[in-house]
Design a protein. Structure first.
Length: 536
């Protein structure tokens, strides 16, 4: 079916690779099905060994993995905490702690085959199906505050979302787990690649900083929040995989100012960036660093929260107010001023053209006069909106540009800018703010993470049975064209609801000094540390 969709131009090569490999097809077979040769990675015996790689990246606190909230945390632990499946920049899903998996025709049953011979670094023995089942069970706990995996595991949960449904997670033997879903869901494999899905042993719960047990080739030897995290190759742990070429990996925190990253590069203090944004892309080009770019559904939402009270009132509970804010916004201006045109226009519904189920419903209406009239109709003509953002380059600049557009439309708006340490403490509860969202391979994934009723990362306060029902329907449809029909309804719903202003999709950039191998940009800003190496 998907091969035919590629041939007919209905599905891109990238999305075909993502869809087919998520169903258990190997990457080599998937490439072959569409007549394309699979890129051949360098042989491990040809890769130089040893050395230290220093990476500019935020160093955040390490919590229990299902409550991880940023890809930077996933990168910090990736050397010792591993994942069942890895999402690659070409769109393929690569088995890691799973050796393979099978999905039935209607995506209601998944059979997961655990990789044999994988051991834990604390000497407790081998990774087993019971360990994998324990992680799925934890992920299903919707009562666990901050557990974003619960929204990804809805099809495995019981009716009240407090845990797994009876019989949903079955240990077949020491190396086999069977998932019996309560409804079809095509997103299970993409979900287990995400950074909160790091695998811990049966019975473990806590902080990886205090008890860094895992299956990976590195060990955590230093962690100072906001300063530095250091991984060193673990000489006492026989790792199952191929790679882990460098001896030491340092993540160094330079804050949110891109100028500091350039200074560190010129001073020889770092070897690569986590991400390069805005004008600094050209600066890193000028100093001769290697540039890599990834096509991504990474984005920014400028959103209201209808549940948040301001002076005893909920100003954004009225859909007319939310719609008015969106109508006053020209997304092209936000792309130009906020991200220097290094991306593509978005349409205020958080589904990207690279998502296979994307439906083109056109550009959102830009009508400043109509926005002012709608605000007056809602009795909010004199209200002063406070737009909050983090103090960094592109997020601050985009928020500044939106505030200016609102004022041009006759809507009063003040700006508040917080440092990261303050902003992230309460990011989901601000009344009106901007938040960046990472790439997900499927549109239904981001809908489940950000907009389903009551989930941990729902920052808009949207709680709609109609929306949830449409999302369940879409998540059950394997065929991209059929799923697109439902997604069109979802996109229009978000427009009518005024849920978000979502102006553009970002191209992601990463730079590394000459001689760094394996440091390419990734659609979710992941750094697969076992692939890093230095030319000898």
């Amino acid at each position: 079916m998907h091969v035919e969709e590629v041939a007919e131009g209905k599905l891109s090569r990238r999305e075909f690779l993502a869809r087919s490999t998520s169903l258990g097809v190997t990457a080599a077979t998937a490439y072959g099905l569409i007549g394309v040769a699979m890129p051949t990675p360098a042989s491990a015996q040809d890769m130089p060994m040893g050395g230290t790689i220093r990476i500019q990246q935020d160093v955040r606190a390490l919590t229990d993995p299902p409550t991880f909230s940023w890809p930077q945390i996933g990168n910090t632990v990736r050397g010792f905490l591993e994942f069942l499946v890895q999402y690659n920049a070409d769109g393929t899903f690569e088995p890691r702690l799973l050796e393979s998996w099978e999905v039935n025709d209607d995506a209601t049953q998944y059979i997961l085959h655990v990789r044999p011979g994988v051991t834990w670094n604390d000497g407790r023995g081998e990774l087993t199906a019971q360990d994998v089942a324990y992680n799925f069970t934890r992920w299903c706990d919707g009562n666990w505050e901050g557990n974003s995996m619960a929204s990804r595991m809805a099809a495995l949960q019981n009716e009240d979302g407090s845990g797994a449904a009876e019989g949903a997670i079955e240990v077949v033997d020491d190396l086999t787990v069977q998932l019996n879903l309560t409804r079809p869901d095509i997103t299970i494999i993409p979900a287990v690649t995400e950074y909160p899905a790091a695998i811990v042993p049966d019975g473990w719960s806590g902080s990886p900083a205090d008890d860094p047990v895992g299956t990976g080739p590195y060990r955590l030897v230093e962690l100072e929040i906001g300063v530095r995290a250091v991984l060193e190759k673990d000489p006492d742990h026989p790792w199952w995989g191929e790679g882990a070429y460098v001896d030491r990996i340092e993540f160094i925190d330079y804050g949110t100012d891109g100028a500091a990253y350039v200074s560190a590069a010129e001073a020889g203090e770092i070897d690569m960036t986590y991400e390069t944004v805005g004008e600094f892309v050209e600066i890193f080009q000028a100093i001769g660093w290697q540039e890599s770019e990834s096509v991504s559904a990474n984005t920014l939402t400028l959103r209201t929260n209808r549940l948040t009270e301001v002076n005893g009132e909920t100003p954004y509970a009225d859909a007319r107010v939310r719609r008015a804010l969106a109508m006053a916004c020209d997304n092209q201006v936000l792309l130009e001023l906020g991200y220097a045109n290094r991306g593509t226009l978005a349409e205020n519904h958080h589904v990207c053209p690279i998502h296979p189920e994307y439906a083109d419903i056109g550009a959102p209406p830009y009508d400043p006069e109509g926005a002012r009239a709608l605000m007056e109709e809602a009795g909010m003509a004199d209200y002063v909106h406070e737009l909050i953002s983090i103090d960094d380059d592109w997020r601050r600049n985009t928020s500044d540009a939106l505030a200016a557009q609102l004022r041009d439309a006759g809507i009063q708006c003040e700006r508040t800018v917080y440092p990261g340490s303050t902003f992230w403490n309460d990011w989901a509860n601000f009344a009106f703010s901007s938040t960046d969202w990472g790439h997900r391979p499927l549109g239904v994934q981001i809908m489940a993470l950000a907009y389903r009723s009551g989930v941990a990362w729902n920052e808009t306060g949207l709680a709609s049975e109609e929306f949830d029902s449409m999302l369940d329907e879409a998540s059950a449809i394997s065929d991209a064209a059929a799923r697109r029909d439902v997604m069109e309804r979802i996109e229009k719903f978000l427009w009518e609801d005024g849920t978000i202003i979502q102006p553009y999709w970002r191209s992601l950039y990463r730079h590394a000094r000459p001689g760094v191998i394996g440091g390419n940009s990734h659609p979710i800003n992941e750094i697969h540390v076992h692939t890093l190496a230095l030319e000898s």
